[in-house]
Design a protein around this ligand. Structure first.
Ligand code: NAG
Ligand code: NAG
Ligand code: NAG
Ligand code: NAG
Ligand code: NAG
Length: 201
């Protein structure tokens, strides 16, 4: 086997199982964590307008906070998807290529969690080839605020020949204001200053 194909095999994960056991060792039904590209030779990603919508429960996120992510087919579309790969990403540094945060409360009868880049539960895929019109998952933001604005990215597989790679949600702004303690702090400082000015009279 050529070295390149070997490297690819090592890097891939099986994300598309139409029937139990159909996960070819040659990587034909595999996808990379990094570029989220299914390996479905000779087919390349569809360039038609994707019949899917990626939406989130909020336009901002807090460190450690939860976000509900929904992937669904556009209204009235007869399209269904039998495979997907979903991650959150940041546009900062290395996170451009790798997931951030983790998915939580995962229903393992419907979903498979992947530990892309050794990041536990950072990526979710389907558990079977059941056709779906909608999935919903809960994502937990990293505890720190190193990642700035984030967005969700999904690869959707309709069938072996038709798939859309890295559809992106709108960006979620990092809401770092969360420190209500800062508010309390500044109002007590204000009170202190007021007391000082009172005593100056
Ligand atoms: C991979 O294996 C499957 C099943 O044997 C076969 O149908 C497919 O054509 C193979 N793909 C490549 C690229 O060899
Ligand atoms: C979707 O289907 C419903 C019922 O058939 C129809 O009333 C509605 O106009 C359709 N919406 C779009 C965007 O086509
Ligand atoms: C990752 O997901 C699995 C399956 O849902 C769960 O058992 C495990 O506790 C999760 N890990 C973390 C760190 O939440
Ligand atoms: C994030 O903080 C929560 C609450 O303090 C803690 O339970 C969790 O383990 C932390 N997660 C990580 C990845 O450090
Ligand atoms: C989603 O964002 C990534 C990173 O910026 C980009 O490479 C990719 O082309 C985007 N996807 C689409 C469908 O525009």
């Amino acid at each position: 086997m050529p070295l390149k194909a070997m490297m690819l095999l090592l890097a891939v994960v099986c994300v598309w199982r139409v029937e139990e056991g159909v996960c070819f060792p040659n990587g034909s039904v595999a996808s990379s964590c990094g570029d989220m590209m299914p390996v479905h030779p000779p087919f390349t990603p569809s360039i038609s307008s994707p019949p899917f919508i990626l939406s989130t429960s909020g336009a901002t996120y807090k460190p450690g906070g939860l976000i509900t992510v929904t992937v669904e087919v556009v209204k009235n579309s007869s399209t269904e998807f039998q495979g997907f790969l979903l991650q959150a990403r940041s546009r900062e540094g290395h996170a451009l290529l790798w997931p951030v945060g983790m998915f939580t409360n995962i229903d393992s009868s419907m979903f498979t969690v992947l530990h892309c880049k050794n990041m536990e539960n950072s990526t979710v895929s389907q558990a079977s080839g059941v056709k779906r019109k909608k999935i919903q998952l809960t994502w937990r933001a990293p505890n720190n605020s190193n990642y700035g604005d984030i967005y969700f990215s999904a690869t959707l597989v309709q069938d072996y020949t038709a798939f859309w790679v890295q559809l992106n949600s709108s960006s979620l702004r990092l809401d770092n204001s969360g420190s209500s303690t800062a508010g309390v702090f500044s109002s007590s400082v204000m009170l202190f200053i007021n007391l000082l000015s009172l005593s100056a009279y």
